[in-house]
Design a binder for this molecule. Sequence first.
Ligand code: NAP
Length: 246
Amino acid sequence: MAEKRVALVTGAGRGIGATIALTLAKENTDIAVVDYAPAESAAETLAAIEGAGVTVRYYSCDVSDFSATKAVVDQVVKDFGKIDILVNNAGVTADNLLMRMSEAEWDRVLSINLKGCFNMIKHVTPYMMRRRYGRIVSISSVVGLMGNAGQANYAASKAGIIGLTKSVAKEYGPRNITANAVAPGFIKTAMTDALTDEQKKAMYKLIPLGALGETEDIANAVKFLVSDDARYVTGVVLKVDGGMYI
Ligand code: NAP
């Protein structure tokens, strides 16, 4: 059996991040869940990961906090001995038309979604470099490619992740560290469950495959990008959007 790997997944307490963590756990990967909320709120996710027969630990941390993320990364390495895989999934929205968008709304989204990825990559890569192995996947969005009215802050943060990913791929490729992004379209989560049937119908018209994606669709893309099958893949943006943006 291949050596057990260790993955640090941010925002893995719920939603897409929880499915990514569980999917990697099923691939014989120990999991460090890094999330903002206290551990109790992720109890169900942690139990499911444990049920896959791997070790899971929970670390409460705001990914936008540079020194807090360094402390968490150092602690994960102390606890698990290494980090093979980093998945930057934590993200938030604070939607508003630009004319009404406050400085606080801009700063919050950019600092969690984009600076959060910088913080984690900055602190994890020294450990990966020493072992000459690393797999980094950051969750962007199709709106980072196509823009979206009412989401200038969010779209800018998700476009920024793409530039960051491509630069990291170029800088760290020689150390056998790959960096890729996944750009989800509309995914079935608590957020999209709240939409009316009419809103959903309007959405389906934009999607050639005619349905919302499942969290498993994103997790499977991440699973591929961190697998040996993707060892020669770096700097890509893998759209998982049912063809919404072609
Ligand atoms: P979600 O259900 O809102 O989950 C986001 C997770 O990130 C939560 O666990 C949340 O923790 C955590 N988080 C938020 N702020 C954080 C911070 N400052 N530090 C650490 N963790 C923090 O979102 P989702 O729908 O699963 O989305 C996951 C990722 O996919 C995001 O990056 C999102 O932008 C991207 N995405 C989603 C869609 C979609 O259709 N859902 C489409 C495109 C891209 P708490 O529980 O404490 O809030």
